[in-house]
Design a protein around this ligand. Structure first.
Ligand code: ADP
Ligand code: MG
Length: 348
């Protein structure tokens, strides 16, 4: 209460405003990587190359071959609440891009040294912008770079020591990034990914076009045994579509660490979804065991609110009952069909 009376109300400086926003979005190197790869997806990139040094604490560099950012828009890209992805409430209510908040780049620039280099199609040279951390001042210089964008993030949390203290070892931080990239690689089979840590290539995935390439990518993420022990899901009803793979009950795990659920291409964790899957497995899974699945739900973007979480890890369904029932029915049917002959009469 003494603090309240000692200080007048004031508007915070832009850098501090961005640092507060960064607190919600940028928890660790992997969260920076997530935002930057999402930007590459939104730029229609066909390949995304990720380089990380010292677990991402020293450097995160992401290069894409997407549409690039025009010179005059580079300072805007680093400005708060500036986005090319939505322009109105109607757009927000049916958003199909990964980003829309216009917060990632300004947030990152307030807690790290950020450089964005970009070249749009037909442009004669590339342009590079650096943010000085105040949140308002940007320096744009000409440079060489192929069509597309490279974002470099150095010395994450150099100016927010309290945040830096929460980071784990370089190895652990890198493993978060590796897991994230694998998960994102399953959301976009048509995009190539490479991941390097301290100059060591950890992942190298070409765009997967054939069924064999898709299966190879799945095997890399979930282990080669997964597909031999999985059922294909392909189910639609009332405008909802569910596809992907569910592991056989005999392929279950003791942990819920191999459960991937994407809503309109976005990896989400959702209690309702986990509950529906769990129920569908109830009769066939031993108590305490966790199913393995990679599932893609597609529905009208107007029926799902993606603006429910700053890091966009959660979504809200307009009609959650309907989504739950749909998931349960679809998975229950697939699992029932996999049962031995004797139980076939029970199929509904
Ligand atoms: P958001 O993604 O929510 O729009 P960001 O802060 O992540 O906000 O990015 C701001 C803007 O910068 C984007 O709207 C986009 O126009 C541009 N941008 C960022 N990254 C890229 C990229 N890799 N390629 C092309 N444009 C990009
Ligand atoms: Mg973004």
């Amino acid at each position: 209460s003494s603090a309240r009376s000692a200080m007048p109300i004031r508007v915070l400086p832009p850098q501090l405003i961005n640092q507060i926003a960064a607190g919600e979005v940028v928890e660790r190197p992997a969260s920076v990587v997530k935002e930057l790869v999402e930007n590459a997806f939104d730029a229609a990139a066909r390949s995304v190359d990720i380089e990380v040094e010292q677990g991402g604490l020293r450097l995160i560099r992401i290069r894409d071959d997407g549409c690039g950012i025009a010179r005059e828009e580079l300072p805007l890209a680093l400005s708060r609440h500036a986005t090319s992805k939505i322009a109105s409430l109607e757009d927000l209510e049916r958003v199909t891009s990964m980003g829309f908040r216009g917060e990632a780049l300004p947030s990152i620039s307030s807690v790290a040294r950020l450089t964005v280099t970009s070249r749009t199609r037909g442009e004669r040279c590339a342009w590079r912008v650096t943010a000085d951390g105040t949140g308002t001042d940007f320096d744009v210089q000409p440079t060489a770079h192929p069509e597309g964008t490279t974002v470099e993030v150095r010395d994450l949390f150099y100016n927010t020591p309290a945040r830096r203290k929460f980071l784990r070892s370089e190895k652990t931080e890198f493993s978060h990034t590796e897991t994230l990239i694998k998960r994102m690689a399953l959301s976009r089979f048509d995009v190539g990914f490479s991941l390097k840590h301290d100059s060591r290539t950890v992942l190298n995935l070409r765009p997967a076009e054939t069924q064999a390439e898709i299966e190879r990518r799945l095997g890399l993420v979930l282990g080669d045994a997964f597909l031999e022990n999985a059922l294909t899901v392909e189910f639609s009803a009332a405008g909802l579509k569910l596809s992907g793979w569910v592991g056989l009950p005999t392929f279950s795990r003791s942990q819920a660490d191999m459960q991937f659920f994407y809503v309109n291409g976005r990896l989400v964790r959702d209690k309702l979804v986990s509950y529906a899957v769990k129920q569908a497995y109830q009769d066939v899974l031993y108590h305490g065991r966790q199913p393995v699945y990679v599932l893609y739900l597609e529905l009208d973007p107007a029926l799902v609110d993606v603006n429910a979480h700053p890091a966009k890890l959660e979504v809200r369904f307009r009609d959650s009952r309907m989504v739950h029932d749909f998931l349960f029915r679809a998975l229950h049917r697939v699992l029932a069909e996999s049962k031995p002959k004797a139980s076939e009469a029970e199929i509904t």
